[in-house]
Design a protein around this ligand. Structure first.
Ligand code: 5GP
Length: 191
């Protein structure tokens, strides 16, 4: 996706050979026009997949997930990283290891918002090793629902997330794929 690739090149800050900071448009400040276009790109890809729910995890997945839900005209739900006091049922739960924070969170989703007949599109901001997406897929499995696909805004293709998702039988569509962050430089994968 050209507009996103341009933003990644111009606004992305290489923190290390493994981490890219994109606080200027995705992880802290949000660029609404770009988020809208991201939603549109996922819509183009998944419009015929019979999606009934968009699922992400708070916080940075919410903006692209919501814009995708807007285009597909379905609800957007997000797993919470803290067990909320307001949860009225036991909820679906699983543990997810955070690549950037180096810690494990229990993520929770109310049973109210995901049913066995749902076709779910999982959306996340980054793909590194696939822990977040696989965790979200486990919540979908707990509900007896189906994951129809995984949409990723920025994939770091030099890590093994895509391979791990593929092994789990999940189809991944990424809007921007990074081949390397070596030498303090963003190198994109040729599509
Ligand atoms: P995974 O679960 O695929 O190992 O890692 C993806 C999650 O970790 C995303 O939800 C994202 O929040 C975070 N993440 C992984 N790599 C990066 C990165 O290079 N930059 C930023 N900003 N977040 C990342």
């Amino acid at each position: 996706m050209d507009a996103l690739e341009h933003k990644v090149r111009t606004d992305g800050l290489v923190i290390s050979e493994k981490i890219l900071k994109v606080d200027g448009f995705l992880n802290h400040q949000l660029d609404p026009r770009l988020m809208f276009q991201i939603g549109e790109a996922f819509y183009q890809q998944f419009q015929n997949a019979g999606i009934t729910r968009i699922l992400t995890v708070e916080a940075s997945g919410i903006a692209p997930a919501l814009m995708t839900a807007w285009h597909l005209e379905v609800p957007c739900i997000f797993a919470k990283k803290k067990q909320p006091n307001t949860l009225t049922d036991s909820g679906y739960q699983t543990e997810v290891h955070s690549f950037t924070k180096g810690k494990t969170n229990t993520i929770t989703l109310s049973r109210e918002f995901l049913q066995a007949d749902d076709q779910v599109l999982i959306i996340d901001d980054f793909l590194a090793h696939g822990h977040a997406a696989l965790g979200l897929n486990r919540l979908v499995e707990q509900a007896g629902a189906t994951t129809a696909g995984v949409g990723i805004v920025i994939e770091k293709s030099f890590q093994n997330g895509r391979q791990n998702l593929k092994q789990a039988g999940l189809a991944v569509h990424s809007l921007c794929r990074i081949a390397s962050l070596a030498k303090n430089q963003v190198t994109l994968l040729d599509n």
